[in-house]
Write a protein that binds this ligand. Sequence first.
Ligand code: PEP
Ligand code: MN
Length: 354
Amino acid sequence: MIVAMKPQATEEQIRAVCKKSEAMGLRAHLIYGVERTVVALTGIPGQLDPEDFESLPGVAEAIPITKPYKLASRETKTEDSLIQVGLPDNPVTIGGPELVVIAGPCAIESREQAFAAAASVRKSGARLFRGGAFKPRTSPYTFQGLGKEALEILAQVRQEFGMAIVTETIDPENCALVEEYTDILQVGARNMQNFSLLKRVGRSSRPVLLKRGISATLEEFLMAAEYIMAEGNYNVILCERGVRTFADHTRNTLDLSLIPAVKRRSHLPILVDPSHGTGKREKVIPLARAAIAVGADGLIIEVHPQPELALSDGFQSLHPDEFESLMEQITAIAGVVGRTTVRSAPSPSGTIRE
Ligand code: PEP
Ligand code: MN
């Protein structure tokens, strides 16, 4: 249930709604929108009577939410969520008019590799830097990441290039360490239903980049986001990265139909990862173009200074000059769909953003 407050409702009246719901064993989440403040109630699934809240001063109406995901639902919040990240002198908003591109290698391999990748992707217009420190690999015998050493290199990249960092946390025990270094906590596809990890990142002050599980339905994906939000962390960024199908011309099948479906059902921003989504370098740029055309809020792209030598995911990593071309192409498409990139000329008119 959500309790929508009247526009002129006072803080005290909002607090009274929270107090009442907490006395009923519920958790109250305050959602400040442009037009109205909403108190979203989560907790027990039992029947609630709207009357219990509509009789309180300052309340406009109490509305049951039909979807199983409550906080992630557009029914609860009609406006798009904007997630603020970045560094104080280089702020970035995910979910606004600017398409945000996160780029960097699959894994941090050395300081030289990370710095070369950061210098090139920054020059081409990436706003955040990615790089794995702890790698959840299919085989226990392949490169598992440099761990803490990689986190320290990421901290140097942040300092040197002024870019915010995105890196993955692989379990609840590892989260405190990753949290110290990263600006956005990534939860990988294989962990999308690791509920103890979801709850842990839900208690973090860092925004979370949540990747879709390899066979997750839209509802399962949004329920995973709900786990994070139910703990009080509302800064969730979704990411489509392909699902497992019978197709063997591609590593995964990038499900771009998910983007408009998410936009309809949820206020959360969604990025697309055409690197893991295809697993093949030559498919990354075409699907990045398509992702922007279909309404994604940005991209996450693997770029390596020498993909042939990469310790993981070299086949799908772009060369720096290919990433430059990707940025150029998506900047052109951005203008058509009413979005911008850092490389755009001043904002175009005649938008078709939904
Ligand atoms: C990654 O982004 O490095 C990664 C491992 O992705 P996914 O969890 O989508 O496989
Ligand atoms: Mn990878």
